[in-house]
Design a protein around this ligand. Structure first.
Ligand code: AMP
Length: 551
């Protein structure tokens, strides 16, 4: 089954054992046969099975794909919510030698069809409830066969095949192909805001190493004692690697399906005794509101660790969640970095620090995981590690992309000496901790000086009346650009522009303060729940400093 090669040429005596998903699946089935995998399905019912059944079904899927003619390196797309069948594809496709390609179900149909065509997806596995989404772009794509996972329907429509029927025909005697650790295993596209979306192909090796990092006590510390709620989309950077990390150690898995509202998640966390959860800050915001409005409804004996990234969780959110024994571990990363690259887990000598300082540290993006190298580059070379000097963050490591899929024109995203240019602007402390200042394209350039939109947003969101805030650069006749703050107030709360200005004035120099405040009912978000600055800029494209329209 597994390829063992003795590495004689390089003068060591250790086995060259390929790091692939095959032994992870086998081990999960053998060592944790009773480990639970629980899914909340689209009809809100529960599906429960064990790692033993999971291994059996993932192998059946692999056998069925091989019988369907899937060749090594070919792509199999999914259009699915977070649940057991998607998890089966996470393993079943790569162990058959294929590359799993989860499609982002929230993108515009033109964008999904572009992505599916660019990836040359051969087969598709789709949830029945997402067939209407598929219908919008199917005509523009070339899936050879489409398999439907039925949740709410009795049969599959004409022209589609039934996933259950298909995998039930497998003999159950799957023979692993010779997998190399450098083979592609899964792929995700960046939520790129300029140009076409770009594909990143993760290898077996990069997934395994990233998963191992997730089990380190100084990162998420995931172990077999944990119950993991996969709240980040399975189409976004492998759901931050959490399903793979869970399988590696046999942790109980909880998939919420499309039921991502605050009440459903709080119930799931309590009923299934969740100890680790991953989700973007926009998921946690309504959760804090519900916890505040229905005090005492949800009980938690132990602290739950939250892997939170994608955008910076405001310090105020970290504090509020702590009051409910929900402990944010702030992580930074990108689709290109698998995604976890840094984590803000405080160091022992910080235990005695004042609370203020500890929260300030936790709101930073933190320290790189082992094997992740970071540097901050300015036009004059590498920035000093002084916690002050901003520059573009560059990264390299075994789970960092070395190129995009079939996109030679993007070669300049990598430096000649092999670092990936992230497009994020950051500073680095002497101890290696990084703080993101902004995306380079979101920085505001006022009279030649830079203003961080992220810092202003975070400060605004610590005001008790502010639910969410976005700060964007607006062209200005005198200063080139000036900050405009777009604010959503909490229900029933009031705050005037003047009041917010005075509030920010306690922390920022006068020239850094937004010139104006627009109050809106909601802010635009991307398909994975991040504040969409692109959309916000479009909405305020006709902003006139003289005659504010949105007050
Ligand atoms: P994506 O590839 O869609 O996950 O987007 C990656 C980008 O999200 C990064 O380049 C950052 O700009 C942003 N991002 C991710 N994590 C964080 C974080 N913890 N704080 C601030 N920005 C973040």
């Amino acid at each position: 089954m597994l390829l063992l090669l003795y590495n004689l040429a390089s003068m060591n005596t250790m086995m060259d054992y390929p790091l692939t998903l095959a032994p992870v699946l086998e081990r999960a089935g053998m060592l944790f046969p009773n480990g639970q995998i629980i899914s909340r399905l689209p009809d809100r019912s529960f599906h429960r099975y064990t790692y033993r059944e999971f291994r059996e079904r993932a192998r059946r899927l692999a056998e069925s794909l091989t019988a369907a003619g899937l060749q090594c390196g070919e792509r199999v797309a999914t259009l699915m919510w977070n649940h057991y069948a998607h998890f089966e594809a996470y393993f079943g496709v790569p162990i058959a030698g294929g590359i799993l390609h989860p499609l982002n179900l929230r993108l515009h149909p033109n964008e999904v069809s572009y992505i599916a065509n660019h990836a040359q997806d051969r087969f598709l596995i789709v949830d029945d409830v997402l067939l209407p989404v598929l219908e919008k772009f199917k005509a523009q794509t070339n899936f050879e066969r489409i398999f439907v996972v039925r949740h709410c329907s009795d049969r599959v429509p004409e022209g589609f095949e039934d996933y259950e029927e298909w995998i039930s025909k497998a003999t159950g005697d799957f023979q692993y192909p010779d997998l190399r650790e450098t083979d592609g295993a899964s792929m995700c596209f960046t939520s790129g805001t300029t140009g076409n979306p770009k594909g990143v192909v993760y290898s077996h090796r990069s997934i395994i190493l990233h998963s191992l990092a997730g089990t380190m006590a100084d990162s998420m510390g995931v172990s077999q004692r944990d119950t993991i709620l996969v709240g980040s989309s399975m189409f976004h950077a492998n759901a931050w690697g959490l399903p793979y990390t869970a399988a590696l150690v046999g942790a109980k898995l909880v998939f919420p399906g499309p039921n991502l509202d605050a009440e459903s998640l709080l119930n799931l966390m309590e009923d299934e005794h969740v100890t680790v959860a991953g989700a973007v800050p926009t998921i946690w915001l309504p959760i804090t509101e519900m916890l505040a409005s229905q005090k005492g409804r949800w009980k938690r004996e132990h602290t739950l660790r939250i892997m939170c990234g994608g955008t910076a969780p405001p310090e105020a959110l970290i504090r509020t969640l702590d009051e409910h024994k929900l402990h944010i571990i702030h992580a930074w990363g990108m689709t290109e970095t698998s995604p976890a690259a840094t984590m803000s887990v405080l160091r022992p000598h910080m235990d005695d620090w004042p609370e203020e300082q500890r929260y300030a540290m936790r709101a930073r993006q933190g320290w790189p995981l082992p094997f992740v190298d970071l540097r901050i580059m300015t036009p004059h070379g590498e920035a000093p590690h002084d916690g002050q000097t901003p520059g573009e963050l560059e990264v390299r490591g075994p789970w960092v992309a070395g190129s995009y899929f079939n996109a030679p024109e993007t070669r300049d995203r990598w430096t000649k000496d092999g670092w990936f240019r992230t497009g994020d602007v950051a500073s680095m402390e002497p101890d290696g901790c990084i703080k993101l200042v902004d995306r380079s394209k979101d920085l505001i350039k006022s009279g030649g000086e830079w203003i961080s939109s992220v810092d202003l947003e975070n400060a605004l969101m610590s005001h008790p009346a502010v639910r969410e805030a976005g700060v964007i650069a607006m062209p200005h006749p005198k200063w080139q650009e000036r900050p405009l703050a777009v604010v959503v107030l909490r229900d029933g709360q009031q705050a005037s522009a003047e009041e917010l200005r005075t509030f920010l004035g306690q922390k920022f120099a006068k020239w850094q303060l937004p010139d104006d405040f627009a109050f809106v009912k909601e802010l635009p978000h991307t398909s994975i729940g991040k504040l969409s600055k692109v959309e916000l800029r479009k909405q305020f494209a006709n902003w006139d400093w003289q005659t504010p329209q949105h007050r």
